[in-house]
Design a protein around this ligand. Structure first.
Ligand SMILES: O=P(O)(O)OC[C@H]1O[C@](O)(CO)[C@@H](O)[C@@H]1O
Ligand SMILES: [Mn+2]
Length: 442
């Protein structure tokens, strides 16, 4: 089959894995257009910032940069011409898992995996792993994050919302416990803030900014109808039923900047209301899907908050409070390798039993964002009415919820007729980020 063979399937069959081999899919558009753009942008950023990087890291870096830029041109060419994947050759702790995955896919597909033939999930994850590999193979740029600048700028462009939310959460934690009903209302509000915070990812061409004239909370209330599945009542029930003194909440974070700030606000409210005794944040071990948060990005937000006293007194105060949570161990930040492997989550138990067992201790695991959703439901083209529990294919370390704005053409758990109704209103409802789900599996 050649790259532009029109005789092949064009539409993703029901229950098939998403793949760029289906020409009328978002996977195809992503692999054809968006992934090469990402690589080009990385090259551009390195070329543009070359002198600055050399100045910071030393003259030796000049040669290394040349080599790295060369390997990205090669990567882009491999992508555009549908070349076979290769084994990863750097020496990160995850390399053996990547190469085992490669061998397995090789066997399963009967030939080396390729961009326009293998699953979308594997192809897209592989691209980010290859980008990191090029840096890892250097001496002076091993941990370089080519997306850092974009993440930083995005945080500052959402500063207005950060300040409004920071003031609100700071006031809330001064009040402490509230009557049950008020507590519930506040928690559900913060869940929605964290949900819509997921619109802030940088892998989409059109970014996101709060409409100028709107108040953050009014804006979120107005989005009510765009939440296609809202199981937030289940979250309240499970949290209030948990044994006090022993309630762990895991948050599998997604994007840096504004989104992770909303996650931290949610975590704080959970602690203030004594609904969580411990919160573990799971971030990425390497730069990932452009805007995903690494440990560095996590602490960077705290540092920025501490430095923003001229904009808001709440942000430095919150930063101090959160530092204390981190120092006392009530909050923990972890970056397990599994989150940057290409596996769906139904493979977690067999691939990373420790992580599965860790998540099993939780009262609730909160998964943020679209990529986590793709991995939760095995990146399969489910019928829209398929149940979430079935789509998880046995993945159930603990009660879990997904807070996801829709940016990929897959969904499950809708009512009969619901998908058709939304499609009639909005053709790109699955990929625009304008619709969202709060889906719970108890
Ligand atoms: O940051 P999120 O919510 O995981 O979104 C990333 C998603 O965006 C996309 O790039 C689509 O715009 C998908 O490839 C991916 O699932
Ligand atoms: Mn992301």
């Amino acid at each position: 089959m050649s790259l532009h063979d029109d005789t092949i399937d064009t539409v993703t069959p029901v229950n098939a894995l998403l793949s760029a081999k289906y020409r009328r899919s978002f996977a195809y558009l992503t692999v054809r257009d968006r992934l090469p753009i990402t690589v080009t942008k990385v090259i551009d950023c390195l070329v543009r910032d070359k002198e600055k990087i050399v100045k910071t890291l030393g003259e030796y870096t000049r040669e290394e940069l040349k080599k790295i830029i060369g390997s990205f041109s090669e990567l882009k060419n491999e992508l555009l011409t549908d070349k076979p994947f290769k084994a990863i050759t750097s020496d990160g702790p995850d390399v053996s898992s990547w190469n085992a995955y490669y061998m397995k896919e090789n066997e399963r597909e009967g030939s080396e995996p390729r961009w326009f033939h293998t699953s979308w999930l594997y192809a897209e994850c592989y691209m980010y792993r290859r980008i990191h590999e090029a840096f890892e193979l250097s001496i002076s740029m091993k941990t370089f994050d080519p997306f850092h600048k974009q993440k930083k700028e995005a945080f500052f462009s959402s500063l207005a919302s950060v300040i409004i939310l920071g003031d609100h959460v700071w006031q809330q934690c001064q009040m402490g416990n509230l009557p049950q009903l008020a507590m519930k209302e506040e928690l559900l509000r913060l869940i929605k803030v964290a949900l819509w915070g997921n619109q802030h990812d940088l892998s989409r061409p059109s970014g996101y900014e709060l409409p100028e004239e709107s108040n953050l909370f009014e804006h979120i209330d107005q989005l009510h109808e765009c939440i296609l599945i809202d199981d937030s009542e289940c979250i309240w029930s499970i949290l209030t039923a948990a044994v006090k003194g022993n309630s762990v909440i895991d948050i599998v974070n997604d994007n840096a900047g504004y989104e992770i700030f909303t996650d931290l606000c949610l975590a704080d409210v959970l602690c203030t209301f004594s609904l969580a005794d411990k919160v573990r944040f799971h971030v990425k071990a390497m730069p990932w899907f452009i805007s995903d948060a690494t440990k560095y990005d996590f602490y960077w937000v705290l540092q920025m908050m501490a430095e923003l006293s001229h904009k808001s007194s709440s942000l430095p105060a919150l930063a101090t409070r959160w530092e204390e949570y981190l120092q006392s161990g009530r909050w923990m930040v972890e970056a397990e390798d599994f989150w940057t492997l290409p596996h769906s989550y139904n493979k977690m138990k067999a691939t990373d039993n420790n992580l599965y067992n860790k998540l099993s201790e939780a009262t609730l695991v909160i998964f943020k964002g679209d990529l986590n959703y793709r991995k939760l439901v095995g990146e399969t083209n489910w019928l829209a009415t398929e149940s979430f529990a079935n789509a998880l294919q046995g993945f159930h370390p603990a009660p879990l919820v997904t807070l996801r704005t829709l940016k990929a053409d897959l969904i499950c758990g809708l009512q009969p007729g619901q998908a058709e109704m939304i499609a009639a209103k909005s053709r790109d409802w699955m990929i625009s980020g304008n619709y969202a789900v709060i889906q719970f599996d108890g």
